[in-house]
Design a protein around this ligand. Structure first.
Ligand SMILES: CC(C)(COP(=O)(O)OP(=O)(O)OC[C@H]1O[C@@H](n2cnc3c(N)ncnc32)[C@H](O)[C@@H]1OP(=O)(O)O)[C@@H](O)C(=O)NCCC(=O)NCCS
Length: 182
């Protein structure tokens, strides 16, 4: 069973087949897809359904947890966030997107703080990191706000839509996380 968490304004819960339309609508926006590593554009029919099934498979295989972010006020899906686990190294990569109408309201930061707590306190991970394109400073800001530290840049590390993109990495360890709790 994937977990459910309730934060101030959000419920982070397992994805359901009924989330597919909202995922296709929001992840299908060019501005959301363009700074992610793997969201296609245009977003093909059936991809949201396949993504939802894949998140449950990944969890079953102990490879991670991806959750829907639901507004406590409206019940609407505002985004998705996941931890992708590398068991051999006891670490995970945090990945996320927020629907464009909901940008700039602190939702990514609120959910990421809870996912960090889950990763370190409940899964016992040793390290959590995230990567963003250098042209996506909002994502770097989220990482900084949740206490991750700048770890460096990889030049032209990926190709997105025919262009090489630089990636910036942020991360934190369990020791660093625990120090923030004292
Ligand atoms: C990146 C993304 C997840 C941020 O979500 P969000 O809910 O708007 O994030 P938050 O509101 O929690 O925080 C965003 C922060 O970035 C800041 N920010 C926005 N534009 C910025 C810019 N150009 N430079 C620096 N900081 C910026 C905001 O001011 C905010 O910080 P503040 O609360 O201190 O003011 C969202 O824009 C998104 O989904 N983008 C498309 C998909 C994506 O890029 N996913 C991440 C892949 S690594």
């Amino acid at each position: 069973m994937q977990p459910t968490f309730v934060t101030n304004r959000l419920t982070l819960r397992p994805l359901q087949s009924t989330d597919a339309a909202a995922i296709q609508k929001f992840a299908g926006e060019k501005e959301v897809a363009s700074t992610t590593l793997s969201i296609p554009h245009p977003y093909p029919d059936g991809s949201a359904e396949a993504f939802i099934v894949a998140t449950h498979e990944r969890h079953k295989n102990n490879l991670g947890t991806s959750l829907a972010l639901i507004s406590n006020e409206t019940g609407e899906l505002v985004g998705c966030m996941g931890l992708h686990i590398a068991n051999d190294h006891n670490r995970a990569e945090l990945a996320y997107w927020i629907g464009k109408p909901y940008w700039g309201q602190g939702y990514a930061t609120e959910a990421a703080n809870r996912m960090l707590q889950y990763g370190f306190e409940e899964l016992g991970l040793n390290r959590i990191y995230a990567a963003a394109m250098t042209k996506n400073p909002a994502s770097s800001t989220v990482m900084k706000k949740i206490g991750m530290k700048y770890e460096g840049e990889l030049k032209q590390h990926i190709m997105k839509w025919g262009e090489y993109e630089d990636l910036v990495y942020y991360g934190t360890t369990k020791t660093e996380y625990e120090a923030t709790l004292r």
